[in-house]
Design a protein around this ligand. Structure first.
Ligand code: CAA
Length: 283
């Protein structure tokens, strides 16, 4: 199936990035959230990002207007009646995701694929909420979506071959590189990334090195673009903690136990860039 129209559910940072890359690639996008204010704020963020591309001479003004013109604001999941693919990028709470999938399943055409951008929740369980579990799949974009090349494509237990192939083709149409993985806690990306971040936090907690020094070890020593603590602040410390808890619960192994310092920061409301303070202070 060649996909032309998508719905992105969730107008936060990830949802906006996902909507942006689809609109730029020529897809028509229903950009959905609960309120008009949220959708408008998300759309303004997209416009700002695209304007930067125009200012840098990487995009024509007309192409930007065309891309923005392909984005239709939506506050009703009934708009899924018009789409080939839904990508859910709402909050990481299973009960909320289940409700969204039940509703998308009611409204989307029977041929449509329902994807989730979850960073760690089980695709198989989300799929089981629908009457089309074979057409449910994980499409895990990385932050910042317009920059990062990867889409982790996660097959649930029930996902069929056509769904996988269509989603792979859709990711390639965005200029991304899809990588196929099976459903397991944290998939591959966060199973590998989060324990590294957690371990970096443990070294700070044990007084082995200051955050700046831990980050320098990893940027200068391992050529990582951002040190693990800068990256943790960028992702959000609440998200990091949540994913560590999913890994710890899913595998039951001590090596995934979240650092007490990570818990403490989240309890303090030090969530990283978005709250103005995490391992670093932001203005
Ligand atoms: N949105 C859009 N574009 C952005 C951006 C953002 N938030 N931040 C930076 N960019 C763009 C810049 O415009 C710039 O583009 P040009 O080269 O076209 O001018 C480019 O990215 C490089 O930016 P900078 O020169 O300002 O800074 P940088 O070289 O340090 O790159 C970075 C920034 C791309 C974010 C880089 O630091 C990086 O790759 N960091 C690691 C990011 C990462 O690991 N992401 C995955 C997080 S995990 C995840 O998302 C999954 C999960 O489930 C938690």
């Amino acid at each position: 199936m060649s996909m032309q129209t998508v719905m992105v559910v969730g107008a936060g940072q990830m949802g906006a990035g996902i909507a942006q890359v689809h609109a730029v690639a020529g897809f028509h996008v229903y950009f959905n959230d609960l309120t008009e204010e949220k959708v408008t704020a998300g759309r303004q963020g997209i416009e700002k990002q695209l304007q930067r591309q125009v200012d840098k001479g990487r995009m024509e003004q007309d192409a930007m207007q065309d891309a923005l013109g392909r984005i239709t604001p939506s506050t009703s999941l009934e708009d899924a009646a018009n789409v080939d693919l839904c990508i859910e990028a709402a909050v990481e709470q299973m009960e909320i995701k289940k409700k969204i999938f039940q509703e998308l399943d009611r409204h989307a055409p029977t041929t449509a694929i329902l994807a989730t951008n979850t960073s760690s929740l089980p695709i198989t369980e989300i799929a089981a909420e629908t009457n089309r579990p074979a057409q449910v799949i994980g499409m895990h974009f990385m932050n910042p979506v317009p920059v990062m090349k990867l889409v982790e494509v996660i097959r649930g237990l029930q996902t069929n071959e056509d769904t996988y192939k269509d989603v792979k083709a859709a990711a390639e149409a965005l200029g991304k590189t899809p990588v196929e993985v099976n459903d397991a806690p944290g998939f591959v990306s966060n199973r590998v990334l989060m324990p590294m971040i957690n371990e970096a936090i443990c070294t700070v907690n044990e007084g082995i090195a200051a955050p700046e020094d831990v980050d320098q070890v990893m940027t200068l020593g391992m050529n990582q673009p951002m040190g693990p603590l800068t990256l943790a602040d960028f992702i959000g410390l609440d998200t990091c903690l949540y994913i560590m808890e999913v890994l710890h619960e899913g595998f039951g192994e001590d090596k995934y136990r979240p650092s007490p310092l990570l818990r403490k920061y989240v309890k303090a409301g030090w969530l990283g860039r978005k709250s103005g303070r995490g391992f670093y202070v932001y203005n």
